[in-house]
Design a protein around this ligand. Structure first.
Ligand code: GDP
Ligand code: MG
Length: 158
């Protein structure tokens, strides 16, 4: 089983995204779980969600230990979550192996009034050696595609 870690600011939609992929449903309201939450689907990926700890800046190196892939999420309607990506990257780079698969997700793509253009997100991803997807837990856009792509990329590494 491959370990996939999901990070990004609070409320960018990480838990909804993982829930949508694993359960196919969208809870629709914010719920902060305590501690690390991990879910698996098809026994191929164990997906680690931060469980709300991100607001305490308490994500530790042990959370990333043994990760095969990292999904970094920001919300298109929240510029702050985009500006914080650089801080997340510093933490990620110091915590994971070089060959880890990195994916940047511009989340909440269903929202029309966005404050970060997809182009900006795509450029940031290119500059930092990450794959890039726009996603939405509301419409389901690209959610299966992201995890399928990760499975493919990891198969190539094996
Ligand atoms: P987390 O803190 O990153 O785990 O974020 P949550 O998954 O708890 O979601 C935070 C808020 O954003 C909740 O109110 C969700 O209903 C909402 N949300 C999550 N994903 C989407 C999305 O794709 N589109 C829209 N419009 N809202 C979303
Ligand atoms: Mg959450």
């Amino acid at each position: 089983m491959k370990k996939v870690v999901v990070v990004g600011d609070t409320s960018v939609g990480k838990t909804s995204l993982v829930g949508k992929y694993v359960d196919g449903c969208f809870a629709g309201e914010h719920f902060a779980t305590v501690g690390v939450d991990f879910r698996c689907k098809n026994k191929s990926l164990s997906i680690w969600d931060t469980g709300g700890q991100e607001r305490f800046k308490s994500i530790t190196k042990s959370y990333f230990k043994g990760a095969h892939a990292v999904i970094l999420v920001y919300a298109c309607d929240c510029e702050e979550s985009f500006l914080n990506l650089i801080n997340w990257l510093v933490t990620i780079e110091s915590s994971v192996d070089e060959d880890v698969v990195k994916v940047l997700i511009a989340n909440k793509s269903d929202i029309e009034d966005i404050s970060v253009s997809h182009k900006k997100g795509r450029i940031f991803a290119e500059e930092n050696d990450m794959l890039f997807y726009t996603c939405s837990s509301v419409t389901g856009e690209n959610i299966d595609e992201v995890f399928d792509r990760i499975i493919d990329e990891l198969r190539e590494i094996d």
